[in-house]
Design a protein. Structure first.
Length: 119
């Protein structure tokens, strides 16, 4: 599994961490976004936060506490699920993580959801 991160300027009071499976289409994203494997994503957080700390020069980000929220990117709907980092001040970025490899998709669950939607 390969992890690529990008720091994107943000005005959020608390930084967010979003995970994006590489090659996922917009349709796939719409189907999968309410059933992301956040427990799997959580296992990548220490490496992601350590790398973000090195890239940004902000030491406090590496020890941040992270809570999964289906409303991380949008408080109105579950369109942008991700982790919200607490106990971090003056970071100024959201962290976007691209995952490459077999563990990035929902597998059977993804196929089942597509079948439910008639796709």
């Amino acid at each position: 599994m390969k992890i690529t991160i990008e720091l994107i300027k943000s005005t959020s009071a608390k930084p967010r961490v979003f995970f994006w499976p590489e090659g996922e289409t917009v349709l796939d994203n719409m189907v999968n976004r309410t059933s992301r494997p956040f427990k799997v994503f959580r296992t990548f957080l220490p490496a992601v936060l350590s790398l973000a700390s090195k890239l940004s020069g902000h030491a406090g980000i590496a020890d941040a506490r992270a809570n999964w929220s289906k409303h991380a990117g949008c408080t109105m709907c579950p369109c942008s699920p991700g982790f919200i980092l607490s106990e971090v001040r003056d970071f100024g970025f959201d962290i976007h993580v691209t995952l490459t490899g077999p563990a990035t998709t929902g597998g059977e669950e993804q196929a089942h959801r597509k079948q439910q939607l008639g796709l």
